[in-house]
Design a protein around this ligand. Structure first.
Ligand code: 0A1
Ligand code: ZN
Length: 877
């Protein structure tokens, strides 16, 4: 295979020809599906006359080709591995092609494929070219009319985008349905489904009084698991009307659940296709986290109908235009539907762990990359989550009302168009009058900015001097970094009163909480009339995606943990405090010195437990120690064993001293109420389960009994899974084994539950974890062709079981590389993602570096897909 070539943002040109209307017909057969396409084409007004017509196409067998009804001679066109060129075409014409494809051989799950006997498609980003010859780029927008033909008995349900306009029977037991989608769309939003599916139906009346039919299509046995998704959909539709003034624009909205899917879900126009894990829930099979995830993904895909579909991306470099904005929208929706502070804590905590790591690694890239080899590798935390943080900063900079006006302007001005990030930001600049040119650097500069902050209270003049210094570390291919425009939300908390003091900055009264704007590499802020010595509370609500350092003492942090008016920063103060203790203990472990627990941390936790909280979910977060992954992110050199030992030590020390408090907390929050995925209940369950984790950290006898009882009670999956995880992760195999066996037998028929069973076993800290991975890979419920299985078993092991993945003998690295090599053939997109933990080799000791690089080199020696090639090359560069 020749070396794959990158595509560059600066090479963008409009397409030579655009498609105004697309007619498709599919005759579905597993090994030989016929696809007929009639494309109504015309020359793009900005492109010169006489250009050849170049269409993308991969793995297609061309059966016929004609222009305006005239079949083409062999010398009038040429075919390659990647497409079709017609040398001479008129200004405006119809191109008819017929191709054959083999859905049953499609293990990459891009294009048209079979999942459990059901036909489905995934076209984003470049899957449509595996269906038919087409200008497969988002700036070509056409109306579609699609006829799907299939066996009536095996495929009673045939779906596509838009509205069904005709259906009928055909010879040989076949039938057909024709669908029309009146909204011009790029082909990445095309979808088709054919299978033996059942539906749950509901209705929604839009704000202008139109009736929309809502359908969720699933396999029959899953009919009872759609209620939460449907309720979430209706809430999302209402929320988007009330919050953004956005109304749905077709008479029908469909969701289909499929078992084999590379990602979470896909926003195809009118026909969203979902990974079954992102749509199906039942109290007995899904945890609170899964319920919340379904709610947010259903909303996310629905919100794309405007931010992505009606207004789409000009090219794939603009991916964050739709993804960053839509993630921001779904985060706000979830915050409104649940505990808002907890949503922010969860998002920021995940971000600081996983996106910071991406930004610090060899695959770091800007929110808008300027080149890629394989766009499938760019569905990343940077594009999605950092993109959302950038939109959030914009919203905070201009204020919600202005942001909403900017959003209205954007949708109105660009409706039906394929646009750029500049188009979006310029709407915000226009409505606010702000100069956002420096702000644009957030889109082009990779890496996590670091802010070093220093503060001093001047008693004599009642002034507080705050100095902020920003610096963005070098990332691959970007040596020079410019200062960013960083909004820092802050307060000064008086050490005497425990209250937020008023902020007077350069003669301006900013109230008790304000956003200061850091634009220079270094900037000082002088607050006047500061009546008492304060502790600064900086970056409240994680107001910018940066790493902020301030030389807080442990007393300062305990003070903020108790007094900060900002819930997010109260939580963050607790995390910082725990980190200081953890740092000492990690050093002690490495130096072979006896570990001693800092009593100040214990007292801070005791105070938390005594004070309680109205928001139980927030308290549960505050009582949760930073994860091993987050701790690792904060260390210059990652020592997984020291981190694990230190964290376990802190947890056990807290549990020993506060055992009765944790027991009381557990008792106070247990309940026999029927399960509901409601914020109150979820908060109580998290708190109770955090308490149980502490008790199990010391394998307290009563704690063990309670855990077993919680498992046996089988009240809901949140509690059962938590109990089973605690048993499995304890040192008592005699407790874990029977419970695991019972659970595995009980749920053998349910793939989504079996995935949880895989994950919780392979994340256990005991030394047999790798053997379990190998053993479970041979389990009948595991298949290398199912991405959920891969993520649940291999992904969970490599990303969440740090002590075992980083075994000193390198055996886990070897296993991961073996899996990547096999998946490179079967499913390149999933294979490329799976490599991530190996790409982080720079963070480890020399011996591990060598082992990790050795495995990357072993992968590199294979015949690689562009996806895996790009990641491995960057990792070894
Ligand atoms: N646009 C979808 C994400 C998605 C991307 C690629 C896919 O297949 C390769 C599937 C889904 C979203 O943001 O939800
Ligand atoms: Zn999305």
């Amino acid at each position: 295979m020749s070396e794959p070539k990158p595509t560059f943002l600066h090479d963008y040109r409009p397409p030579a020809y655009r498609v105004t209307h697309t007619e498709l017909s599919f005759d579905l057969e597993p090994g030989a599906t016929r696809v007929k396409a009639s494309l109504h084409l015309e020359r793009h007004p900005q492109r010169e006359a006489g250009s050849p017509l170049m269409l993308d196409g991969e793995q297609l067998e061309l059966k016929s080709i004609a222009i305006d009804g005239q079949p083409l001679d062999d010398d009038e066109y040429s075919l390659s591995e990647t497409g079709l060129t017609v040398h001479r075409v008129p200004e405006r014409f119809r191109l008819d092609t017929e191709v054959e494809i083999a859905p049953e051989e499609n293990t990459a799950l891009e294009g048209l494929y079979l999942s459990n006997g059901m036909y489905c498609t995934q076209c984003e980003a470049e899957g449509f070219r595996r269906i038919t010859f087409y200008p497969d780029r988002p700036d070509v927008m056409a109306t579609f009319s699609t006829t799907v033909i299939g066996d009536q008995a095996r495929l009673p349900v045939l779906l596509s985008n838009g509205n069904p306009v005709e259906r009928g029977e055909l010879p040989n037991g076949k039938h057909f349905v024709t669908w029309e989608d009146p909204h011009p769309k790029p082909c990445y939003l095309f979808a088709l489904v054919g299978g033996d599916l059942k539906k749950v139906e509901d209705r929604f009346t839009t704000m202008s009084g139109r009736e929309v039919a809502l359908q969720i299509w699933v396999e029959e046995e899953n009919l009872g698991k759609t209620g939460h998704a449907m309720a979430s959909l209706k809430r999302a539709m209402k929320w988007d009307e009330e919050t953004y003034g956005r109304e749905y624009d077709l008479d029908l909205f469909m969701i289909v659940a499929v078992n084999d899917f590379n990602m979470g879900a896909m926003e195809n126009k009118g026909l969203n296709i979902f990974n079954s894990a992102a749509v199906l829930t039942h109290p007995k099979t899904a945890t609170d986290v899964a319920f919340q995830r379904v709610e947010s993904i259903v909303a996310h895909e629905y919100f794309h109908n405007w931010s992505g579909n009606r207004v789409t991306c000009r090219d794939w470099f603009q991916l964050s235009l739709k993804e960053g904005f839509t993630v921001f929208r779904d985060q706000c929706f979830s915050a409104d539907a649940n505990s808002a502070p907890v949503k922010r804590i969860e998002d920021a905590s995940f971000f600081r762990t996983a996106q910071f790591a991406e930004d610090a690694g060899p695959t770091a890239h800007p929110v808008r990359p300027d080149h890629y080899i394989e766009i499938g590798n760019f569905y990343t935390l940077t594009i999605y989550e950092k993109g959302a943080e950038v939109v959030r900063m914009l919203c905070n900079l201009v204020g919600w009302e202005t942001f909403r006006r900017g959003s209205d302007l954007y949708f109105e001005r660009f409706d039906g168009q394929a646009v750029t990030i500049e188009d979006f930001v310029s709407c915000m600049a226009e409505v606010s009058g702000l100069d956002l040119s420096q702000f644009m650097r957030w889109y082009s500069q990779a890496g996590t900015p670091e802010i070093d902050a220093y503060g001093e209270y001047d008693y004599a003049n009642a002034e507080y001097h705050l100095t902020l210094r920003q610096r963005t570390p070098v990332t691959p291919g970007q040596a020079d970094k410019q200062p960013l425009h960083i909004p820092v939300r802050m307060g000064l908390v008086g050490t005497k009163s425990g209250r937020d003091l008023s902020l007077n900055l350069e003669g301006e009264d900013l109230g008790t909480a304000a956003v200061i704007h850091l634009r220079e590499a270094e900037q000082s802020f002088v607050f006047t009339d500061v009546s008492e010595a304060p502790v600064p509370s900086l970056l409240r609500g994680f107001s910018a995606p940066v790493q902020l350092r301030f030389p807080y003492s442990r007393e300062d942090l305990a003070f903020l943990l108790a007094n900060d008016s900002d819930g997010f920063n109260r939580w963050d103060a607790g995390q910082r405090l725990a980190m200081l203790a953890l740092d000492d203990l990690i050093a002690a472990h490495r130096n072979g010195v006896e570990k001693v627990m800092d009593p100040r941390i214990v007292e801070a936790f005791r105070a938390l437990l005594e004070r309680g909280s109205d928001d139980k979910a927030v308290l549960a977060e505050m009582l949760t120690l930073p994860s091993e992954a987050y701790i690792a992110e904060q260390q210059p050199l990652v020592d997984v064993d020291a981190i694990h030992a230190a964290r376990t030590f802190v947890k056990q020390s807290l549990a020993v001293t506060l055992r009765d408090e944790f027991m009381a907390l557990f008792e106070a929050n247990r309940s026999d109420e029927p399960y509901a995925p409601e914020p109150e209940q979820i908060g109580a369950r998290s708190l109770k389960n955090v308490a149980l984790s502490y008790l199990m950290a010391i394998e307290d006898e009563q704690g063990i009994e309670l855990t077993q009882a919680q498992f046996d009670a089988d009240h809901n999956m949140t509690d059962v899974r938590h109990a089973l995880t605690l048993l499995t992760h304890s040192s008592r195999d005699e407790l874990a084994d029977p419970a695991l066996r019972a659970f595995g037998e009980k749920w053998a028929h349910d793939p989504l539950v079996m995935d949880q069973w895989f994950s919780l076993q392979v994340t256990r800290p005991q030394a047999d974890a790798l053997d379990r991975v190998k053993f479970l890979m041979a389990h009948p419920a595991f298949s290398m062709k199912n991405p959920n299985n891969i993520r649940a078993l291999i992904g969970a092991f490599a990303n969440q079981n740090r002590v075992n993945f980083h075994r000193a003998d390198g055996e886990s690295y070897r296993l991961l590389a073996d899996v990547v090599i096999e998946l490179n053939r079967l499913n390149p997109e999933v294979a490329a993602r799976l490599i991530t933990p190996l790409t982080r080799w720079q963070r480890f000791d020399e011996a591990r570096q060598g082992l990790m690089k050795g495995e990357l080199e072993r992968i590199r020696a294979e015949r690689l897909s562009p996806n895996v090639y790009e990641v491995v090359e960057k990792a070894l560069a």
